[in-house]
Write a protein that binds this ligand. Structure first.
Ligand SMILES: O=P(O)(O)OC[C@H]1O[C@H](OP(=O)(O)OP(=O)(O)O)[C@H](O)[C@@H]1O
Ligand code: HPA
Length: 180
């Protein structure tokens, strides 16, 4: 896609959650997570690449000791339709016997997060929590719910604050929805 087309994509999009609202939601989430995980020493796993921005803002606000790591799993690629799960970077052995907090940008149909939970438990994690910045309000029942949610977004393809539209615009500080 050309730069002018990328700009047109953004110009035609609807603002869903302003940068200010994002900022407030991250601070609230950090407080909720810190209260719940007080006294714990979890492994925190960020799901690349969508969670990079959310994780970068959340981590310095968490008030407990933690070990940080990344995993990478993809289902959408540069498209707006989910397909089968592809693991690009699996969890490491250090999750065995540990409590794990998974951080992701969006819970859409829940297939990705459910697969991550299953994998971590299969690898011997003692407990798994999940924090997602955005929970999409879809009509279908999800296979999993997140323990911590920043904002609820409508059932439209959203992007910004780490989330991509056709591989673009992860760098936006606010969340937008594609037109139509
Ligand atoms: O709830 P689901 O319908 O399974 O979708 C949610 C997942 O989709 C996105 O990842 P994506 O596959 O786009 O990879 P990315 O993080 O590289 O964008 C997002 O980061 C979540 O991990
Ligand atoms: O609406 C979405 N936007 C960006 N990435 C996504 N991955 C699943 N759903 C979405």
């Amino acid at each position: 896609m050309k730069a002018s087309e990328a700009q047109a994509l953004l110009d035609g999009a609807d603002l869903i959650c302003s940068a200010e609202e994002v900022h407030i939601a991250v601070a609230r989430l950090a407080q909720e997570i810190s209260a719940e995980l007080k006294g714990e020493f979890p492994v925190v796993l960020s799901v690349m690449g969508g969670a990079a921005v959310f994780t970068g803002q959340l981590l310095p606000l968490l008030a407990f000791p933690l070990e940080f790591g990344a995993i990478e799993v993809t289902r959408y690629g540069n498209t707006t339709q989910g397909r089968e799960i592809t693991w690009r970077l699996a969890p490491r052995d250090n999750v065995r016997g540990r409590k794990v907090l998974v951080v992701d940008d969006i819970l859409d149909e829940g297939i990705t997060l459910a697969a991550i939970h299953a994998k971590l438990l299969e690898m011997g994690a003692e407990k798994v929590w999940s924090a997602v910045f955005a929970d999409k309000a879809i009509a279908k029942e999800k296979p999993i719910h997140a323990d911590f949610v920043g904002v609820t977004v409508p059932d439209r393809y959203v992007f910004g604050f780490g989330m991509d539209a056709y591989g673009l615009w992860r760098n936006l500080p606010a969340i937008y929805a594609l037109k139509g």
